[in-house]
Design a protein around this ligand. Sequence first.
Ligand SMILES: Cc1cc2nc3c(=O)[nH]c(=O)nc-3n(C[C@H](O)[C@H](O)[C@H](O)COP(=O)(O)O)c2cc1C
Length: 270
Amino acid sequence: QLWHVGRTSLPDYHDGQLPWAPSAVNPETELRNQYGEKKQTATPHAMTIEEIAQTVKEFGDAAANAKKAGFDGVEIHSSNGYLIHQFFNNQSNLRTDEYGGSNENKARFFFEVLEAVAQSFPTNRIGCRLNPSLNGVFGIEGTPDTIPFFDYLINRLNEYDLAYLHLSEPFTDVSDIEFLESNIAKHYRPIYNGNLMINNQFDRETGNKVIEEGHADLVAYGKLFISNPDLAHRFKLKAETADWNMKTFYTQGREGYTDYPTLEKEKAKN
Ligand SMILES: Cc1cc2nc3c(=O)[nH]c(=O)nc-3n(C[C@H](O)[C@H](O)[C@H](O)COP(=O)(O)O)c2cc1C
């Protein structure tokens, strides 16, 4: 996964320099620094046109490195309030140049990144991740033009033969926000012609259901896969799944990441 966090960062990670973003808008959130201390975010540095071009090139370099390292494909993280998403949103992107304002302008950085990545991988080896109804996370709030913007973006993605489009159902309840979409897979299935992957809070049953109902081709599991390294095997057997420990999320070291046992190991222990 190729990822630039943009303003969702701290000067602590940049030798005291400000993180970069489309515009100088503070996400007003708390993040942890490299020592695990919680700190308030700073107002980021608004990227110049040259810095945007440099960042597009860096995405391309990252893809070339992934190719060299032997990866079969890459996912572009254009989701969850990070840099590319910051270009999509009207509150984080206040630009008046060709990277802000119209749908085409707000999508420009993303398509430049996609083209740069496509220098190293055929598009059918590239996935893109989007979270259209993200609201109240990392300073991103939906606005009335949010869903029309994602409709435009996802329509354009039909022109690329992507490995998959990875969408998330809203991370927070948006059912009382009239202009946001509560059923992302259902809304985008008729719009997107390629492989549609859906994420957020699925289990075996709800995952099977969304596929049976024809709203998605694939389901991505996050937390369940962390605590069950053999998740697909467990699903196949309809076996119980292990709970995850939130305390070890986003921490350093292997604990809580690579030390959950497989079903076989668990059985061997008992
Ligand atoms: C510890 C942890 C690390 C994560 N890291 C990433 C990441 O690097 N990239 C990403 O796109 N999502 C990341 N996520 C979000 C997950 O991909 C997923 O969207 C989220 O956990 C919701 O899906 P779930 O309910 O199946 O867990 C992370 C989630 C957790 C809990």
